[in-house]
Structure formats: structure tokens, C-alpha cells
Design a protein around this ligand. Structure first.
Ligand SMILES: NC(=O)c1ccc[n+]([C@@H]2O[C@H](COP(=O)([O-])OP(=O)(O)OC[C@H]3O[C@@H](n4cnc5c(N)ncnc54)[C@H](OP(=O)(O)O)[C@@H]3O)[C@@H](O)[C@H]2O)c1
Length: 409
């Protein structure tokens, strides 16, 4: 293949979420039309099998063999396309060599990591070089953290337009959600728990909400819901939200990059709404205890073995097509500025982590390839909202079954 003759390569196409992403791209952009794309993975046999499963429509889909442990193969892959999408995880185990290849070669890159400590490591190690080569690196282009990051961006735009200033106090509440997990997501969560247990300094770093911000740690305390708490604004009970740890770090990084608010006055937190009255309170305890139990179990070797072996999906497994179709999410983001309270609603029409994530990652890749000129967005590490702003919101509404709208508070 000629140098950078492709627009996009999806690396990790044979992963659970990679297969769904390949199917979506095939339906959405097809083959032999405007978008030139290919799929890549470490096993030619698995790539061929995926192509067969996709049927005759996929006959012309190019296959590329590349392995995270072979940097030459990654360099060759990067030389063939402008944008690389990666679903090869856990990223802390297999992700660095691809970031290095993209940064050296000046590629654009989007992934699905939720591993904040790994993003921090990559940022510290490769930011300067990415700025020099023009490589634009955008982590967290799935359910974590596109709805949160673009939802807050959408809310702040409304605030600026209607009040002339951004909201200082912003909170996201999960109103309703239905979906499952895959083995790859479980493996990434367990990898994070293992890394935190092994290294107390890393554990302290992981607890810092400003981990991904460049500026000094501001004095303002970020709100965290760690146990059942009544939310007066939503008039309902809330429980901890599992994605809060990564989403809040991405939103705070976007805020620090955009300098929307002085970081000493901006607060952001996420939680799940569990309802009103006694039922809401009991549900909040059920969610809290479930999450707490998983956190404790993932730190203990024996319990980890038991839940991984008997309870949770293995790598390559995840929710079935019907579960993906029946899944959805409905998020509410409320912000307060000096004059008013604004609420926006962000929804997705498939299960968040797979059906919706595959569409978000694909549209992020297309947005980087076709909408973001180099003069508009220079090289470096970006968040979804600071990289792709309204252009990605437009794509997600038009082609990914998502909605972003202002609603009555
Ligand atoms: N942000 C979100 O909302 C979101 C949602 C879903 C998933 N995720 C993340 O996405 C990642 C993938 O999840 P998943 O469930 O799809 O995982 P999975 O099915 O376990 O797949 C992992 C993939 O990594 C590939 N791989 C492993 N070692 C490799 C190497 N040395 N070189 C090249 N490829 C290698 C595997 O290749 P083979 O196919 O050849 O075995 C497989 O395709 C995870 O990190 C997960 O946490 C994030």
C-alpha cells in the first residue's frame, strides 16, 4: 500500500468492541467510496475470519497484521493511514508502543482507554514530541468520556451564549442506563486495581482529580459521591457512578485546556440517580455496596480469580447483539452560573459500552480525518471536546443515534 493511502485503520478489529466497530464502519461508510479504511490486528487468521463473518460486502476490506510487541509492524501500519483507532487493551499493558509509533510518525490517534494513570504516563512522556511531529492524540473516545466531556462542552456553550459566562458548578447525573460489560473492560479495571495495590505513590496519584491537568492543583475541593447522598437539585437519591473516576479527570482537563473557568472556581462530579423516597435510598445503597464489593474483590488475588473465572465475561466476550440493541443511556448535566441554572440531556440509543461506543469511536476517527485541519488543531494530547468540539457533536447526532439538547431545569 502507498504511504498514507488510507484515511483510517482500526487496530484491534478482532476484539469484542473492535468487531462491532468494524460492522458499524462497513454499514456507515462502506467500501470503495469516499472513506478509505482498513482493519488491523495481530492475527491474520482472526482478521480473515472476521471478514468472512461480515459477508461479501466486506470482500474488499484491506487487512493489516500488526502486533503491539513488534514496533516495526506498528510503524509500517502507521505509515499507511492518517488516523489510527485502537481497541487493543488493557492499554496500560499493550498501548504504549502504538502511541510511540503514532507520535513518531505524526498520525492522529483515538482510543477507548479509561486508564487515567496510563494517559498521564503517555502525556508526560510523549506530549512534547507529539507537538513537534503534529500527531494529535485523543484518548477516551467511547462512553468514557465522550458523553460527559462533550455534554459539559455543550452546556458551557449555552451558558456563554445566554449569560456571557460559563457555569462554575456542574454535575452529571445518570438518569437511566442499560448495558453490560466485556472481558476487555473487566481486564482493564483489574489491571488498574493491581497497579494501584502494588504502588502506593501511584495510588495517591490516581486519587488526584487534577491528574491530567497541566496547571498546579487548585485549592477548590471537587465533589465526590462515595455513598448514598440526597441531591437537592434533582430531588432524588444518588449513588456512586463507576465511570466518574475517568470522566471527571477528562472534564477537568478539558476545562484547564479551554480555560473556560478559572480552575479555582470550577467543580464537576458524577453520580447515578436512584429515585425518591425509601426505594430510592435502598437502591442507592444497593449500587454503593455492589461497587464497593467489586472494588474490594478486585484488590484481592483469590477473590479476583473467583470473580474473573466464574462471574465476569472473558476477553473477547460481552453483551450479545440483542442486549446491545436493548441498551441505552440517558444523562442529565446541570450547571449553575451567576444568573441561571441550565440542564442538558445527553442520550444514546444502544448499550453504552459497545453499541454506542463503537459509533462514538468511529465518528471520532472520521471527524479527525475529515473535519479537523492541522491549522485548527495542532499536534499534542487532547480530550474529545478540546479536539473535536461541535463538529463531533454534529456527527454523533447525525449518524450515531445520540442526542444533545437543553431541557427545562
Ligand atoms: N471507553 C469505553 O467506553 C470502552 C468501552 C468498551 C471497551 N473499552 C476498552 O476497550 C478495550 C477493548 O475491550 P474489548 O472488550 O473489546 O477487549 P477484548 O475483546 O479482550 O480484546 C482485546 C484485543 O486486544 C488485542 N491484543 C492483545 N494483545 C495484543 C498485541 N500484542 N498486539 C495486538 N493486539 C493485541 C486482542 O487481539 P486478538 O483478537 O488477536 O486476541 C484483542 O483484539 C479495553 O481496554 C476496554 O476497557 C472501553
Amino acid at each position: 500500500m502507498d504511504s498514507q493511502s488510507l484515511d483510517i485503520i482500526l487496530f484491534g478489529a478482532t476484539s469484542f468492541v473492535g468487531k462491532i466497530t468494524t460492522q458499524y464502519l462497513l454499514t456507515e461508510v462502506g467500501l470503495g467510496r469516499d472513506v478509505k479504511w482498513a482493519i488491523a490486528g495481530r492475527s491474520l487468521g482472526k482478521l480473515k475470519q472476521l471478514k468472512t463473518e461480515l459477508g461479501p460486502e466486506a470482500d474488499a476490506l484491506p487487512l493489516i497484521v500488526a502486533d503491539s510487541s513488534d514496533s516495526n509492524s506498528l510503524t509500517k501500519m502507521c505509515q499507511q493511514a492518517r488516523v489510527i483507532l485502537s481497541t487493543v487493551g488493557p492499554y496500560a499493558l499493550y498501548g504504549e508502543s502504538l502511541i510511540e509509533a503514532c507520535v513518531n510518525n505524526g498520525n492522529d490517534y483515538c482510543d477507548l482507554t479509561g486508564e487515567a494513570y496510563w494517559i498521564k504516563k503517555m502525556l508526560d512522556k510523549y506530549q512534547l514530541r507529539a507537538q513537534k511531529t503534529g500527531a494529535r492524540i485523543v484518548n477516551c473516545c467511547g462512553f468514557d468520556s465522550i458523553p460527559s466531556d462533550l455534554g459539559v462542552y455543550f452546556l458551557q456553550n449555552i451558558s456563554q451564549q445566554t449569560s456571557g459566562s460559563p457555569c462554575n458548578e456542574v454535575k452529571l447525573r445518570v438518569k437511566a442506563i442499560k448495558g453490560g460489560v466485556s472481558g476487555g473492560t473487566v481486564a482493564s479495571g483489574i489491571e488498574m486495581a493491581k497497579a494501584a495495590k502494588k504502588d502506593p505513590a501511584l495510588r495517591r496519584k490516581m486519587g488526584n482529580p487534577y491528574l491530567l491537568c497541566q496547571s498546579q492543583r487548585p485549592s477548590i475541593k471537587q465533589p465526590r459521591i462515595l455513598k448514598p447522598t440526597f441531591d437537592k437539585d434533582f430531588k432524588a437519591w444518588t449513588a456512586p457512578f463507576i465511570m466518574e473516576a475517568i470522566n471527571s479527570r477528562i472534564v477537568l482537563r478539558s476545562n484547564s485546556l479551554k480555560q473556560h473557568n478559572s480552575s479555582n472556581s470550577f467543580t464537576y462530579g458524577e453520580a447515578v440517580l436512584t429515585g425518591r423516597g425509601r426505594k430510592g435510598y435502598l437502591r442507592a445503597w444497593a449500587v454503593t455496596l455492589g461497587l464497593g464489593g467489586f472494588a474490594i474483590a478486585s484488590k484481592n488475588k483469590f477473590l479476583r480469580y473467583l470473580i474473573q473465572t466464574f462471574l465476569l465475561p472473558k476477553p473477547g466476550q460481552g453483551p450479545n447483539p440483542q442486549q446491545q440493541l436493548n441498551g441505552f443511556f440517558d444523562l442529565r448535566i446541570m450547571g449553575k452560573n451567576n444568573q441561571q441554572t441550565i440542564t442538558v440531556k445527553v442520550t444514546g440509543d444502544r448499550d453504552p459500552g459497545y453499541g454506542c461506543t463503537a459509533k462514538m469511536l468511529s465518528q471520532a476517527g472520521l471527524c479527525m480525518a475529515f473535519d479537523m485541519s492541522r491549522s485548527e488543531l495542532p499536534g499534542g494530547f487532547w480530550t474529545p471536546s478540546t479536539a473535536m468540539n461541535n463538529k463531533l457533536i454534529g456527527r454523533l447526532i447525525a449518524s450515531a443515534g445520540m442526542t444533545f439538547e437543553a431541557i427545562e431545569s
